[in-house]
Design a protein around this ligand. Sequence first.
Ligand code: FNR
Length: 366
Amino acid sequence: MSSKINLHSSVKLGPYELPNRIVMAPLTRNRAAVGNVPHDLNVTYYSQRASAGLIVTEATQISPQGMGYPATPGIHSAEQVAGWRMVTEAVHALGGHIFLQLWHVGRISHPSLQPDGALPVAPSPIAPAGMASTYSGEQPFVTPRALTLEEIPGIIEDYRKAAQNALEAGFDGVEVHGANGYLLDQFLQDNTNHRTDAYGGSIPNRTRLLLEVLAAVTGVWGADRVGLRLSPSGTFNSMGDSNRQELFTYVVEQLNPLGLAYLHLVEPRADMNPPVQLGAAYFRPIYQGTLISAGGYDRDLANQTLAAGEADLIAFGRLYIANPDLVERLAHNAELNPYDRNTFYGGGEQGYTDYPALDSQLVGSN
Ligand code: FNR
């Protein structure tokens, strides 16, 4: 009976049997080493959170061009693969499961972060509002360069290679980042995609790149070890579409025959001012596979959502930043550590690996 399902019920996800339905949401923390390489500090951070049913890593660039923020990790060099291998081995030694989030930021970048100081690329030459994060502080976004039709196979190939690298790094799967206004979302939505070729105009044309990327990545991993994240109600990074409901309904219908490991939805609640209410409750009857829902969950809302059958797993973001043992705390309905926004992005151990676990508090150690 679905009413018995809660956060601590086991669940099958692709080929994996997970001990609980608690997902660590992808969280950019800007703490990779020089060369965008994961290092010991990141190993400690992910190890501390290995009791999650599933960890989805921070967004990780598929290519140098895919980078948009300082000190974010990549998965395009041998050093990065070796760094990530340390992370996956440590998480596996603790019995955890970990998927890598594959990321190309598109226009959400700055020439100072791009190879040879190039312009960031996008479906169309339209600048986002606001400021880019760079190594020398915030700087206004520039107008990106539109990708040519001839360049698109190269982007898909970068996703395929990154997926292959993730396999070599020992991950259990990958999550394609189609959310939050980055490259694939920029192709989907019509305020960022003004193309007139096969990748613009109609909804099927705007969905084409996403589906081609999924085909390339599932070609490496098999569909049952590939997830996809979407944010149909999000306005982050200046996103907008003339008909989100029609667009995202079409997108999700196209996913059904693929047999992905999961679809990961960001709830409208996660947006400051959502223009539509397209979350798990809307997509549940449309999507036939496993659904992960993220955005503004606490223990009660998560359990209610699972019991109602609106989602199969729940992802926690900010609560996971501050509570490495979130699984145990939620099991005992224990008090949660508050998170500190000032240490979300960048820095060292502080606000990253120094949030205490419950048992260390109880026994008074550490
Ligand atoms: C995020 N989020 C995010 N999403 C994503 O798809 N890839 C990412 O790398 C990040 N990075 C990130 C960093 C930080 C510091 C925050 C706070 C958020 C969004 C995140 O996964 C989640 O959807 C939101 O935080 C909403 O969930 P909570 O925090 O309300 O549980």
